[in-house]
Design a protein around this ligand. Structure first.
Ligand code: DGY
Length: 323
């Protein structure tokens, strides 16, 4: 029997690319160059499956194909707001993602950011590398204590819960949650967390606020000037979700005028382009979208795509079908 043809849009870990090639007729992107929207349209015309990732913008124009051959977009990554889901559905194309396997590593990175910004680790690192460190002194780069503080988590899915686990059981933090739907009492009880009804209820209570909600149109600018003003003047904002969730102009102003204590971002609106004003803020830590960037998570994400493909091509519903 002929193997399904599969296009992988970016480089993947070598072990996963090799496993994929065992059962599929695979075309790899050896140069790791992002595809254009015309190339996506061509791919949807040509391949049985396309395996995109979170930086591939697959808009309505990519689906404007008379007879698409593609039956599934098996996304490498948990977020799928970069895919025009309505157009995929209209063409009868299934979409899957890769949840669970990156939750721990993404929460580890959110903890890293929280500690870095509160303890001024970014500033310290920049100072040492620039040769500007003049030695220990009682008033040097004094930050804020993290242990025992109040952490607000916006979006209490798998990653939000892993963040709560680390913060509560590791750092004795008090957890407050905002989530669109009601979180079961037994889930909240695992972290001794309490759920509030609105983001407005959550913000004024917290020393740290960590975002773990999806991106997309619905959550664009969720954290705007009005909401930043509700944060305590010494509170910190952490974002490992999607860049568009935070209004970067409002954040820059809050950081420059010090109406909040600081922020730490792993994601940016329009990344990899960075608003140059952000780089002027010393009380900001910036990382280049590293949430799931471990060997373990990136391989597991790839194997999860393969699991979804195998299910799909053997006539079953893939466990991570999202559309
Ligand atoms: C995702 O999977 O959505 C992350 O942003 C990258 O791991």
């Amino acid at each position: 029997m002929q193997k399904p043809s599969v296009l992988v849009t970016r480089r993947w870990p070598a072990a996963v690319e090799a496993r994929l090639a065992e059962n599929y007729d695979v075309v790899l992107n050896r140069d790791d160059k992002p595809l254009s929207s015309m190339e996506f349209r061509e791919a949807i015309r040509q391949y049985d499956a396309v395996l995109p990732t979170v930086t591939d913008k697959i808009g309505a124009d990519a689906f404007d194909v008379a007879k698409p051959r593609t039956k599934i977009l098996a996304n490498y990554g948990v977020g799928f707001t970069h895919i025009d889901v309505g157009s995929a559905k209209n063409q009868g194309i299934a979409i899957t993602n890769t949840p669970d396997v990156l939750s721990e590593c993404t929460a580890d990175l959110a903890m890293t950011l929280m500690l870095m910004v509160a303890r001024r680790a970014g500033e310290g690192e920049r100072e040492v590398r620039a040769g500007n460190w003049t030695g220990w002194r009682p008033t040097h780069l004094v930050g804020r204590k993290v242990s025992g503080k109040v952490l607000g988590i916006i979006g209490f899915g798998r990653i939000g819960q892993e963040m709560a686990r680390r913060a509560h059981h590791g750092f004795g933090m008090d957890i407050v949650v905002y989530n669109r739907s009601l979180v079961p009492a037994e889930v909240l009880a695992r972290y001794n967390a309490r759920q509030v009804d609105t983001i407005e209820d959550l913000l004024p209570q917290c020393d740290f606020v960590s975002l773990h909600c999806p991106g997309g149109v619905e959550n664009r600018n969720m954290i705007n000037a009005t909401r930043l003003n509700l944060m305590k003047p010494d509170a910190y904002l952490i974002n490992t979700s999607r860049g568009e969730v935070v209004n970067e102009l409002a954040l820059t102003q809050a950081l420059m005028f010090e109406t909040i204590g600081g922020a730490a971002l792993d994601v940016f609106d329009g990344e990899p382009r960075i608003n140059p004003d952000l780089a002027q803020c010393d009380n900001l830590v910036m990382l280049p979208h590293l949430g799931s960037a471990t060997k373990e998570a990136r391989e597991a994400m790839g194997y999860r795509v393969i699991e979804n493909l195998n299910a799909f091509f053997s006539g079953q519903t893939p466990r991570d079908r999202v559309a």
